[in-house]
Design a protein around this ligand. Sequence first.
Ligand SMILES: Cc1cc2nc3c(=O)[nH]c(=O)nc-3n(C[C@H](O)[C@H](O)[C@H](O)COP(=O)(O)OP(=O)(O)OC[C@H]3O[C@@H](n4cnc5c(N)ncnc54)[C@H](O)[C@@H]3O)c2cc1C
Ligand code: SF4
Ligand code: SF4
Ligand code: SF4
Length: 409
Amino acid sequence: MKPNLAKDKASCCACRACEQVCPHNAISIIEDDNGFMFPLINQDKCIGCGLCMEVCQFCDKDLPLVTSGTAYAASTMQTDIMASSSGGAYASLATNVIKSGGVAYGAVYASYDGILRPVHLPAVTVGELAQQLGSKYAQSDTGHSYSDVKDALESGKTVLYSGTACQIAGLRLFLRKSYESLFTVDIICLGVPNSRMFEDYQKYVCKPGSMITNVGFRSKQHGWGSNYLDLDLLDENNAKTVYSIRASDSSYYDCFLHSAIARDSCAQCPYASLHRPGDLTIGDFWGIETQRPDLISGEKARYVKNKGISCVLVNNEQGEALLSKHGSDLHLELVDLSSVVVGQPMLRSPARQSPYRQVILDAYVAEGWLGVEHVWEGIHRKAEIRARVKSLIPDGVKAAAKRIYRMKG
Ligand SMILES: Cc1cc2nc3c(=O)[nH]c(=O)nc-3n(C[C@H](O)[C@H](O)[C@H](O)COP(=O)(O)OP(=O)(O)OC[C@H]3O[C@@H](n4cnc5c(N)ncnc54)[C@H](O)[C@@H]3O)c2cc1C
Ligand code: SF4
Ligand code: SF4
Ligand code: SF4
């Protein structure tokens, strides 16, 4: 049987399960013109065993996706919450797994000549874990982590594996059996741009001779959810400068937030619902101020909103076990699942691609990040002018115009 992987661009999330399972090393993962990774099969090496199709989540797999309906608000009590993008739920869980002798896998930045690329690595010390904290808004390369996880589990280690839902689905299918000592955490996910674009953006903003030492999306300097990007640069004299840029002033961040550079699979994400592949799902508790104001102000207040608050969904018994065994450093408060879903479009349906996505991708192929920058500036200026004009129209006139529009529609 000739394997039929990634039959169209939306049918592959680049989890690498196929590549790692192939017993004949017949699969390599290569970049397309835009920098998105896809499998390529060497037909001379392939013997048609079909294993790769068996582990591929886009090949009619019946991967059980679960939801128990139990949801919590959460923030960490132990680690530095400011290093995490939301409430630090992951930091607490992973710290405790590591302290009890386990290993925690997550996304870290690897540096190549002063330019950063997200990759999945294990942490066996709290120091190593620190690098996993915080959202990296580009696809993290799972590398050979699935095979390494299998080896660790077979040798009796406790493993916590975190990542986007498709990375968790890929791991579960790759393993093809469940392990009591494996815990998985999927993050609520808007979609991922690819690493090449992210690197090209860094090269575009980095002065010659400088190195980028961190790209901190979701910097909390201006409070949780303020969408700033902190760019840490080291110049040729080893002097460090941190540039704090508003998301709307960064072509990369703005394109990410508007789903203008995400993978094709993200627009049809199979996990943008309450049915999840991970034992736990974590995200931000957006909308807590309207859904549960009692938790952030007044006598019963338990959380500091500016520092960040996570939502944690418990999807199955293994998730329950992870929380009860390793969640002791979390401030947990049981909440209605619906109060979380209200602020989470990604738990209802996939993010809609920006109408400008194709123009942006074409510009990238033609001229690299400079091309994206030009297109984005044009779109951005139009959006700014629209917003400015809108702000000059009195509210009464806006309401009347809306009524007329509705009557006509
Ligand atoms: C691409 C992306 C899109 C996201 N979209 C949403 C969203 O729409 N709504 C929402 O509520 N939350 C979203 N998040 C998740 C959110 O930003 C937090 O990561 C999450 O709430 C966990 O917060 P924390 O404070 O517990 O952990 P943090 O310390 O903030 O994050 C660490 C965790 O994030 C994982 N991680 C970081 N970057 C990546 C990456 N590139 N790929 C895979 N895993 C990664 C690490 O492995 C670790 O598990 C997104 C995250 C990413 C990476
Ligand atoms: S297993 Fe993963 S990388 Fe391979 S084709 Fe399927 S989704 Fe793509
Ligand atoms: S069919 Fe078997 S040998 Fe061929 S690429 Fe897939 S896993 Fe490898
Ligand atoms: S949106 Fe879905 S397909 Fe895209 S990275 Fe996130 S989990 Fe994977």
